[in-house]
Design a protein around this ligand. Structure first.
Ligand code: URA
Length: 238
């Protein structure tokens, strides 16, 4: 972790106050004065401010049921950040592990543990994300086997050099036509679900993320949040 971030995590200082402190030469790492805010430090480094040794606060982990017209960003844009929903200290020091579009609802994981969010997001980790998708054009039973196979083989998205990784398409009802499906993917390319359906000539009209790995959006109402349990956190600790 960066030294300025470590100082923020272990004191009440803001990032700019931490940088000022570093400039003043009062911070030492393993006994040596450290002035570079970007210096990488670990929990086993001993870091002190004028002889007062610092211990980083425990990392924090939350789930939130995102509503539409909010964004997964640390800055507000046309829509406000989802971080406004979290009634916790220094919510904007946290980050979102896997963004959703402004018009997408559902499960969002929020933390300040970069290694943990990497395990959630990195395509190399093969973490499954389950989306409930509402489509403009219903999928007919006759067409479904072919489409399921196509998603399993990988879809060629516009502007991408390789196919998407194998995805699992599941029809939700047993009716003749189905415009509500579940899609499980292990990547998080820009607008991936919408682009996958666009590539087969359909259009997503509603999108909701239900699950990330084994973590399910349980009965949280839209806009509600809760801390993750230790068991949930440990699913992505490596
Ligand atoms: N895929 C999309 O197209 N949008 C999202 O918000 C998430 C996945």
């Amino acid at each position: 972790m960066r030294l300025d971030k470590f100082i923020c995590k272990s004191t009440e200082l803001t990032r700019s106050e931490a940088k000022k402190l570093l400039k003043s030469g009062e911070v030492r790492v393993n006994g040596e004065v450290a002035k570079n805010p970007a210096m990488q430090v670990h929990e086993n480094n001993s870091i002190d401010i004028d002889g007062q040794f610092l211990t980083a606060r425990q990392s924090r982990y939350f789930m939130l049921h995102k509503v539409t017209d909010t964004i997964c960003s640390n800055v507000d844009e046309v829509y406000p950040s989802v971080l406004h929903f979290l009634e916790v200290d220094k919510a904007f020091d946290l980050h979102i592990a896997g963004r959703l579009d402004a018009d997408t609802t559902g499960l969002v994981l929020i933390t300040d543990d970069g290694r943990w969010s990497h395990n959630v997001i990195s395509p190399k980790k093969d973490c499954q994300k389950v989306y409930r998708v509402w489509l403009r054009n219903p999928i007919t039973v006759e067409k479904s086997a072919e489409l399921i196979e196509k998603f399993a083989q990988g879809i060629q998205l516009q502007g991408e050099s390789s196919l998407t990784k194998p995805a699992v398409l599941t029809l939700v009802t047993d009716t003749d036509v189905d415009n509500e499906v579940l899609l499980t993917i292990t990547e998080g390319k820009y607008h991936q679900v919408k682009r996958m359906f666009a590539a087969i000539g359909n259009r997503v009209i509603g999108l909701h993320r239900e699950q990330i790995g084994e973590i399910k959006l349980d009965d949280l109402a839209p806009g509600e949040w809760r801390p993750l349990t230790d068991k949930e956190v440990n699913l992505f600790t490596s």
